[in-house]
Design a protein around this ligand. Structure first.
Ligand SMILES: [Zn+2]
Length: 417
């Protein structure tokens, strides 16, 4: 369903190993960040983005070069094919010429044979000097013509051989050009894959930076409103807010009923006759399209992404459950019913489920109606700003959210399995 790049595959192994070591009784690191720290983090991300942009430009240049080479090879191939056509026509013409010459030789031989018949006549009748001269003359001419035609035919035959050889060389060249073109197309395909986003939920950097900038604007307002010092921890400043992040004691499933259709971890599947292994960073709940999706616990909406090419509409909610910090992520939503900053409870419908390819056409990482729930430690957009930061803190949701076994269904959000 989702194709991970090698990098994310490695990243997941690290996450898996990390989660196995640190879970189930892991303690999320408390990453106190001030507005000043967050500004610096954004600046670092922007710098990295500029670097990535250069890298992408370099990749684009490679793509352009490969495309230009393919165009050149195609043109070269077409020219060679035209040459081959010319040679074929030339060989045909030469064959016709040979046939014509053969006819001429036949005529000459016939003429000669006629003379020979005449010779017999000469033996029977009186052989005059004039007759003899005429006979010798005709013989010589016939012989000369025949020799001439023989050498001409030989010349033609050599020409045909030469042309056939040229044709073969050119045909080999066409084969060579074809394989070169194929190679370039392969390179091109791999370059295009490098540029596309294939990690489920991955946010393109431009959208990400836009979201972070907007969040920081809100933080600045909070700092001003509560007269916090810019180097003061954001959580501490936010704690003065009357509408602070509500603590909770448990996580519930995000849908009332459904079926576990995919577990967290490595999974193997077949695509176009190829066995692929990929990492799945969350747990999938198969549900009908437009099913209510709830927050897994009380919390605050920290990020929303719309119509991403691999993950569609997404909501991220920060929670503090039993004193530990988490962020839940919900992917492939058909619609979103909350906005960034909203305080939610576990009864809040945050959106409706999607993931149906014919409906959520922008989302290329889902093959059927489902909700992808992803859990990470810490508070996304508060303790860390980058999506890759969220992704690297991902752990198996089953460690905190109870769910039946793979393939099994449930009909409540709370029943223990
Ligand atoms: Zn999933």
């Amino acid at each position: 369903m989702k194709v991970w790049k090698r990098f994310s595959y490695l990243l997941l192994i690290v996450v898996l190993l990390g989660s196995q070591v640190a879970l189930p009784d892991f303690v999320p690191q408390i990453e106190a960040k001030s507005l000043k720290d967050l500004r610096q983090e954004l600046a670092d991300m922007e710098k990295k983005y500029e670097e990535n942009k250069k890298e992408q430009q370099a990749t684009q240049a490679e793509i352009d070069k490969a495309n230009a080479n393919i165009k050149k090879l195609t043109k070269e191939k077409m020219e060679i094919e035209a040459d081959i056509d010319d040679l074929t026509a030339s060989i045909e013409q030469t064959n016709k010429d040979i046939a014509a010459k053969n006819e001429e030789i036949k005529d000459i031989i016939a003429y000669y044979q006629l003379s020979a018949t005449g010779e017999d006549a000469y033996l029977e009748y009186v052989f005059t000097a004039t007759d003899f001269t005429d006979f010798i003359y005709r013989m010589a001419i016939a012989e000369q013509l025949s020799d001439y035609n023989d050498s001409l035919i030989e010349e033609y035959q050599n020409l045909i051989l030469e042309n056939e050889e040229k044709k073969e060389t050119l045909s080999n060249k066409v084969v060579e050009l074809n394989s070169k073109t194929k190679e370039l197309e392969k390179t091109l395909a791999s370059l295009k894959v490098d540029l596309s986003k294939t990690v489920e939920g991955a946010v393109d950097i431009e959208t990400e930076l836009k979201t972070i900038r907007k969040n920081l604007e809100n933080y600045e307002k909070t700092y001003k409103e509560f007269k916090c010092d810019e180097s003061e921890d954001y959580q501490a400043c936010l704690a003065r807010h009357p509408d602070q992040l509500p603590p909770d004691t448990a996580f519930f499933r995000p849908v009332i009923s459904g079926r576990v259709s995919s577990n967290y971890g490595m999974r193997t599947y077949w695509l176009n006759g190829q066995k692929l292994t990929e990492g799945h960073a969350g747990i999938d709940f198969a549900v009908p399209h437009n099913t209510n999706v709830y927050s897994v616990a009380a919390g605050r909406v920290v990020a929303i992404y719309n119509k991403l090419s691999c993950g569609g509409n997404q909501v991220y909610i920060a929670h503090t459950v039993n004193g530990k910090k988490y962020t839940s992520g919900y992917m492939h939503l058909a619609s979103i019913k909350v906005k960034v900053g909203d305080v939610v409870t576990s009864d809040t419908v945050i959106g409706k489920s999607g993931g149906v390819p014919s409906i959520e056409t922008w989302d290329h990482c889902s093959t059927g109606g489902h909700v992808h729930l992803q859990m990470a430690t810490g508070h996304y957009m508060i303790d860390y700003l980058s999506w890759s930061g969220y992704s690297s803190r991902t752990f198996n949701p089953r460690n905190v959210v109870n769910a039946p076994a793979l393939g099994k269904s449930f009909t409540s959000r709370t029943r223990k399995y």
